[in-house]
Design a protein around this ligand. Structure first.
Ligand code: COA
Length: 328
């Protein structure tokens, strides 16, 4: 079977207006700007308004991506939303978005792979296009992590922010677009990063809420060790599958969790900081939205040019990881 080459035709992003600074966090929990910046690289993050849900953020990012791709919502065959903060358990956030956009002919589903969700989404959607099932797909990473964060827990509340990033995928010319995907999971590490409450194991109740089981729990230093190992491994494997080497990379767009994690990946890949997109100082960790927002900003600012070799790499709860090599 002849596969169609698939590429990113347009990018878009949206972050809420409200900025939560490290200084403000100092008045909420026992922490300080110096600790947060030196341990994470984060200076501020965006927080959704009380009446904003994930699909609202996704909608604005999607409109920008569609405009940049030069297609309309009615052209979309598929919508995939990667999120761990859906508007509600069901219907899926992608279905809510489908009707908001008026993308009447698009199939729609959500992906739950935490911070790796956007790369899982790209791999899924691009296969539908490569095999000729669909022509245009919208892939979004969108999160309102502020709604599941305990602002009394200094281990987690300094890290997370809200935002949405979107891309439109479609057919491209031979030799361009996605060259490889590397996806993986290790469910044995699931306990390290989770929300226990509100599912079928611990349905929402007064007890789950009193026990704060509706908030993110994270074993930070364990996740850190996993992240340092997996970022380099996943990126190297994706390069190998694409028939490329570290020297070919023009820009690395990593998951924006922690500058120390990103620097360890840069060391492993022999890359200098100028070959890496970083914006976590402004936004913190936006889970599935981190990579597509960074990608959209890299395109907007001209850091990605036609012909560039771009490597996306991320890791997250599950545990999961993903990487992709793109000839832009
Ligand atoms: N302000 C001040 N001190 C803090 C703090 C905060 N916000 N959060 C934790 N501390 C304290 C801890 O209580 C601990 O104190 P102790 O030694 O007296 O017990 C000390 O700082 C060191 O904590 P530790 O957790 O070992 O720090 P760390 O260097 O591992 O950094 C993280 C913590 C969370 C920044 C780091 O582990 C991390 O980034 N992990 C990965 C997180 C991640 O990527 N999650 C998302 C996955 S997608």
């Amino acid at each position: 079977m002849q596969l169609t080459p698939v590429g990113i035709l347009g990018t878009g992003k949206y972050v809420p207006e409200r900025v939560l600074t490290n200084q403000e966090l100092e008045s909420m929990v026992e922490t300080n700007d110096e600790w947060i910046v030196s341990r994470t690289g984060i200076r501020e993050r965006r927080i959704a308004a009380p009446d904003q849900a994930t699909s609202d953020l996704a909608y604005i990012a999607a409109q920008e991506a569609l405009k940049n791709a030069g297609i309309g919502p009615e052209d979309l065959d598929l919508i995939v939303v990667a999120t761990i903060t859906p508007d509600m358990s069901f219907p899926s956030t992608s279905c809510i978005l489908q009707t908001k956009l008026g993308a009447k002919k698009a199939a729609a589903f959500d992906i739950s792979a935490a911070c790796s969700g956007f790369i899982y989404g790209l791999a899924n959607a691009s296969n539908f296009i490569a095999t000729g099932t669909y022509k245009y797909a919208l892939v979004i990473g969108a999160e309102c992590l502020s709604k599941i964060t305990d602002y009394e827990d200094r281990n987690t509340c300094i890290l997370f922010g809200d935002g949405a990033g979107a891309v439109v995928l479609g057919p491209t010319t031979e030799g361009r677009g996605f060259q490889s995907f590397e996806l993986g999971a290790d469910g044995s590490g699931g306990e390290l990063l989770k929300i226990e409450g509100g599912g079928s194991r611990f349905p929402s109740s007064i007890e789950t809420v009193n026990g704060k089981k509706h908030y993110i729990y994270m074993a930070g230093s364990e996740v850190f060790k996993f992240a340092v190992r997996i970022m380099g491994n996943a990126a190297e494997e994706a390069l190998r599958k694409a028939g490329k080497t570290k020297e070919d990379i023009d820009l690395l767009v990593p998951h924006q969790a922690n500058t120390r994690i990103i620097h360890s990946a840069l060391n492993r890949l022999n890359l200098t900081e100028d070959k890496c997109m970083m914006n976590l100082d402004k936004y913190g960790n936006m889970s599935a939205a981190s990579i597509p927002v960074a990608l959209a900003e890299a395109v907007e600012s001209g850091r990605i040019q036609e012909g560039n070799c771009i490597v996306l790499v991320g890791f997250g709860g599950g545990l999961t990881w993903g990487a992709s090599v793109i000839n832009w």
